[in-house]
Write a protein that binds this ligand. Structure first.
Ligand SMILES: [Zn+2]
Length: 284
């Protein structure tokens, strides 16, 4: 079995969303969800999984409007914030790191975009795809499931559904197209988990000392998805088949988690993210 060398957890920002997006049948209750990335040192160079939201999307009025519309009528809009990282304005719809959020997150571990050998995107929602243009300009190829790229290119979805064409239609992007489960670098596996979007993928990362980490991304936003076996709350494809796929993808991730030493990490849970914040030098 191949291993990766080190793992760092990055946070690009956070978004204020209803829990009913994260939990099927869940409450319409606003919750701060972190925008996370996973940076892995491998024998073939640095691999970055997910890229957060761009400043352009953060400043986009239609994007903000879509988020605000999703939260209208929810209680606790002004709930106080109790944890770090602390948003400057807890009544805003999101926050991202200063400047270019991707570059800022990488600089915290001493890297620049062109230090990355390969990036992979779990799915093309705006809170995951934001770094694609920056990485493309730096010559970094982007791994994505074929079904995901086909979906955004179909024209069925736009910014009101959370897909930002500035991110996925950048002319310089060199796509690395995947069809199903694929080891994309030594110790780093893309795990096909459709449902939340038609080509959603999760990731497993195997390290020598801490074992295998499974990053569910938006197949499993919260710890509750895993603990109570609750699929994601939103399926962008909007068909019964997508909902069945979401349930099957959760089962697939839970099965991975039942193996010895596999750590299941939800994609948008600030409490878990804080608890696994990387130690100096990264997880090994
Ligand atoms: Zn998503």
């Amino acid at each position: 079995m191949s291993h990766a060398e080190r793992l760092f957890i990055l946070q690009y920002g956070a978004e204020r969303v209803s829990k009913n997006l994260s939990l099927a049948g869940g409450p319409h209750h606003l919750y701060w969800e972190p925008l996370l990335g996973y940076l892995i040192e491998t024998t073939e160079g640095w691999v970055l999984l997910d890229t957060g939201m761009s400043r352009s999307a953060h400043l986009s009025t239609p994007n903000r409007d879509a988020y605000v519309a999703g939260g209208v009528g929810a209680p606790n809009i002004d709930a106080p914030w109790h944890l770090r990282p602390m948003p400057e304005d807890p009544s805003a719809w999101n926050w991202v790191l200063d400047g270019n959020p991707l570059a800022a997150a990488l600089s915290a571990v001493g890297l620049k975009p062109d230090d990355i050998a390969l990036a992979a995107i779990s799915h093309m929602h705006v809170d995951h795809s934001g770094g694609i243009p920056t990485l493309s300009d730096a010559g970094v190829p982007i791994a994505i499931q074929r079904a995901e790229l086909d979906f955004v290119r179909s024209g069925r979805v736009g910014i009101s559904e959370g897909f930002f064409d500035e991110d996925w239609a950048h002319p310089a992007t060199e796509w690395r197209i995947l069809d199903g489960d694929t080891e994309i670098a030594p110790g780093v596996v893309a795990v096909s988990t459709p449902g939340h979007t038609p080509g959603h993928q999760s990731f497993s990362v195997s390290l020598r000392e801490t074992g295998t980490w499974v990053f569910g991304c938006d197949a499993t936003d919260l710890a509750q998805n895993f603990l109570d076996n609750v699929p994601c709350g939103s399926c962008a494809g909007n068909t019964p088949e997508d909902e069945r796929n979401a349930a099957d993808s959760l089962s697939k991730l839970l099965e991975l988690g039942r193996r010895d030493g596999h750590r299941l990490i939800p994609g948008h849970d600030q409490v878990i993210a804080n608890a696994i914040a990387h130690p100096p030098g990264g997880h090994r």
